[in-house]
Design a protein. Structure first.
Length: 172
């Protein structure tokens, strides 16, 4: 019995002192993707054979789509998580965005654009991205979620104090 207790305590000590965060961070992260349509300046006619390019702002790594199909559809899979600037190369020139977009791991970002004369593309729609792993847990990790938890605990404690009929432990 003493051996089992000693092994249990040693195992508990090891598990409590190991940096679990390092083990979790070591898991490979998935890559995101970007998809959408490229339209001409009338915002309705699809542009075929356009190439969408992304450049990571931090690492300068570039990603490039295959030429768009007849519907103007493009897709860039396997994008590392990060902030990117986007450009579109068509037969009559190149168009560059003046803002950046964020690609999340394991998520599909959706962005369709229209080519405007003068080299400035116009954003038509921006999707919110889909990520199957996000949920209620991610909400409670955010500042709003933490505030919600703190408020719920405070309200519960206040209700317990009121139900006991004593507002303060100090008696005058």
């Amino acid at each position: 019995m003493k051996k089992i207790l000693a092994v249990f305590l040693a195992g508990a000590f090891v598990l409590l002192t190991l940096p679990v965060r390092d083990f979790a961070a070591g898991a490979p992260r998935g890559n995101g993707a970007l998809a959408g349509h490229i339209y001409s300046e009338d915002m309705r006619t699809p542009v075929s054979n356009a190439v969408v390019k992304l450049r990571n702002v931090a690492t300068q790594k570039e990603y490039e789509s295959e030429p768009t199909d007849l519907d103007g559809m493009y897709r860039i899979p396997g994008i590392e998580e990060g902030r990117y600037v986007m450009g579109v190369q068509v037969a009559n020139g190149s168009y560059n965005f003046h803002y950046s977009l964020m690609i999340k791991s394991n998520a599909l970002a959706k962005l369709s654009v229209a080519m405007k004369p003068g080299g400035a593309p116009v954003r038509i729609e921006e999707g919110t991205g889909t990520n199957g792993k996000k949920g209620i847990i991610d909400f409670f990790k955010s500042p709003a979620g933490i505030l919600t938890l703190i408020t719920a605990v405070e309200v519960t404690l206040f209700a317990i104090v009121l139900s006991e009929g004593e507002a303060s432990p100090i008696i005058d």
